[in-house]
Design a protein around this ligand. Structure first.
Ligand SMILES: *[C@@H]1O[C@H](CO)[C@@H](O)[C@H](O)[C@H]1NC(C)=O
Ligand SMILES: *[C@@H]1O[C@H](CO)[C@@H](O)[C@H](O)[C@H]1NC(C)=O
Ligand SMILES: *[C@@H]1O[C@H](CO)[C@@H](O)[C@H](O)[C@H]1NC(C)=O
Ligand SMILES: *[C@@H]1O[C@H](CO)[C@@H](O)[C@H](O)[C@H]1NC(C)=O
Ligand SMILES: *[C@@H]1O[C@H](CO)[C@@H](O)[C@H](O)[C@H]1NC(C)=O
Ligand SMILES: *[C@@H]1O[C@H](CO)[C@@H](O)[C@H](O)[C@H]1NC(C)=O
Ligand SMILES: *[C@@H]1O[C@H](CO)[C@@H](O)[C@H](O)[C@H]1NC(C)=O
Ligand SMILES: *[C@@H]1O[C@H](CO)[C@@H](O)[C@H](O)[C@H]1NC(C)=O
Ligand SMILES: *[C@@H]1O[C@H](CO)[C@@H](O)[C@H](O)[C@H]1NC(C)=O
Ligand SMILES: *[C@@H]1O[C@H](CO)[C@@H](O)[C@H](O)[C@H]1NC(C)=O
Length: 417
């Protein structure tokens, strides 16, 4: 059987016409969504955005699903100003909302986020948004929440975490949030990898619950008003790579159980009121790069075990009550060490000869101890060293600091007594 030759192109043409009509009808921006988008921002889309097309699926930063409902609104760094209106909440199929790095201001109306029940990603970071932190029970699909670097105040209701069963990252850093940190922190989502509560005004103690955070890698809550001891179950959060709690009012010891957190690379709890001795098995933390425990009330000696933390880059334990003869400490395995600060403690003995094998060292602060003796000529082998402070020690009190900056290394000898 043959088809008349002239009908073929005609059939194909109609087929094409039919299909393209269907496709474009399916994809055309939903009228209500179009209107909601248009009224979501005060001063859009004038100069900042190319929203000139009559069909919003062609608009910059917008993606629609096959029914023409807006699913993605991605407008980071578009110099958007003014407030976000309630009509954004009418985009009920929105799954990705990224308005970071703009100058959006004013409060978010209560319920706005609540109505976005498909929301997975919410990034409002780096704006000037204010008022109550908009963490009402969110969509159960929510995975990433970044509200950092705004001016939100109020508290985080614990109901927030109860409904966020898929949450993997929460960043509320750099706001004015107060009250307790949310409790039972991972009870409802075992997927959390990142919690950043830093630079707010959280108070009270760090609640229990971190122990159930089996995937938690980053825990930051520094620069708040937190008090109390480190929660006992933090040592069960086996995936932790970073514990960052500087500048709070935390007290009590760091438990020896910290040796179990073998993925830890950053441990910073400086500017607190920690007491007790350094954890005995700290040497098990072989991935540790940064240990910043300065400005606390730690006691005891610098442990030989610490010398097993062979990836240490910065070791700062200045301004504590540490003591003991450091002469025989063997630093030779710390080949990555760049900064060593043991200043303002009660260390005694001589400067450890083994330090000269830490070839990466750029800065050594041993000032304000009870160390004695002279700098050995081997110091010149530390080619990267640009800062050495040994002032305010026993017989070498030659003034507060000796700087190497710009000096020939051979000049770097202490005047003898
Ligand atoms: C949003 O939806 C509400 C009711 O659901 C309606 O009254 C309002 O006009 C809508 N806003 C826009 C901008 O579409
Ligand atoms: C604005 O977007 C339309 C598509 O919607 C495009 O044709 C036009 O070139 C764009 N204009 C500019 C200045 O980018
Ligand atoms: C939002 O957009 C910025 C800029 O493209 C990007 O760096 C950031 O990762 C995005 N946020 C999320 C949560 O994907
Ligand atoms: C939050 O900030 C708004 C102004 O942005 C203010 O009116 C309100 O009183 C503040 N609330 C709290 C609890 O501080
Ligand atoms: C949280 O956001 C701030 C910026 O506001 C950023 O500096 C910080 O790195 C973020 N935290 C994490 C864990 O990514
Ligand atoms: C996680 O999200 C999926 C859809 O992506 C949803 O089916 C599931 O209920 C959510 N889990 C929880 C615990 O909310
Ligand atoms: C932080 O919260 C405490 C109460 O917990 C309050 O006394 C203090 O004024 C707050 N600080 C700031 C900067 O808001
Ligand atoms: C370290 O973890 C193991 C299991 O992962 C556990 O049996 C042990 O008790 C823990 N040790 C400490 C000191 O917490
Ligand atoms: C350092 O580690 C080695 C093996 O890696 C071990 O034999 C030694 O006991 C450890 N030293 C200290 C002081 O913990
Ligand atoms: C320090 O330890 C290294 C092995 O890491 C060893 O070769 C060296 O002899 C030790 N130095 C001292 C002074 O004990």
């Amino acid at each position: 059987m043959t088809v008349p030759s002239h009908t073929m192109p005609c059939g194909v043409f109609f087929m094409f016409f039919f299909l393209s009509t269907v496709i474009s009808t399916n994809h055309a921006c939903n009228k209500a969504d179009h209107n909601s988008l248009w009224s979501s921002f005060d001063d859009v889309p004038s100069s900042a955005l190319n929203w000139s097309s009559s069909d919003c699926r062609h608009w910059e930063g917008i993606t629609c699903d096959k029914d023409g409902r807006v699913t993605h609104l991605l407008l980071p760094s578009k110099r958007l100003q003014g407030s976000i209106s309630r009509s954004l909440g009418n985009l009920t199929h929105l799954s990705h909302l990224n308005l970071s790095h703009n100058q959006l201001s004013g409060p978010l109306e209560a319920g706005l986020i609540l109505s976005l029940s498909f929301l997975e990603i919410l990034d409002l970071s780096y704006n000037l948004l204010s008022g109550e932190v908009p963490l009402f029970p969110p969509s159960s699909n929510i995975r990433i929440v970044d509200l950092s670097s705004n001016q939100f105040n109020g508290t985080i209701p614990s109901s927030f975490l109860q409904h966020a069963g898929n949450l993997s990252s929460l960043n509320v850093s750099k706001n004015h949030i107060s009250g307790q940190m949310p409790s039972s922190i991972c009870l409802h989502s075992s997927l959390v990898r990142v919690f950043d509560f830093s630079y707010n005004n959280f108070s009270g103690s760090i609640p229990l619950g971190l122990g159930t955070c089996s995937k938690l890698e980053v825990f930051r809550a520094g620069f708040n008003s937190l008090s109390g001891t480190l929660p006992s179950d933090i040592y069960k959060a086996q995936a932790l790579e970073e514990i960052s709690l500087p500048s709070n009012k935390l007290f009590g010891p760091i438990s020896d159980r910290i040796a179990n957190l073998t993925s830890l690379t950053i441990l910073e709890i400086y500017f607190n009121q920690l007491t007790g001795v350094l954890p005995h098995h700290i040497g098990k933390l072989s991935k540790l790069k940064l240990m910043h425990l300065h400005f606390n009330n730690l006691q005891g000696s610098l442990l030989p075990s610490l010398m097993n933390c062979t990836n240490l880059v910065e070791l700062n334990q200045g301004f504590n009550h540490l003591e003991g003869d450091i002469t025989m400490l063997n630093f030779s395995k710390l080949g990555q060490l760049i900064k060593l600060d043991l200043g303002r403690n009660y260390f005694s003995g001589f400067m450890p000869v083994s330090l000269y094998s830490c070839k990466s060292l750029k800065a050594i602060q041993l000032g304000g101890n009870e160390i004695e003796g002279q700098i050995q000529p081997e110091i010149v082998s530390l080619k990267s060293l640009s800062f050495l402070s040994l002032g305010w020690n026993r017989p070498m009190s030659q003034g507060p600091y000796i700087y190497f900056d710009g000096l020939q290394k051979s000049q770097a000898t202490l005047p003898s007594k």
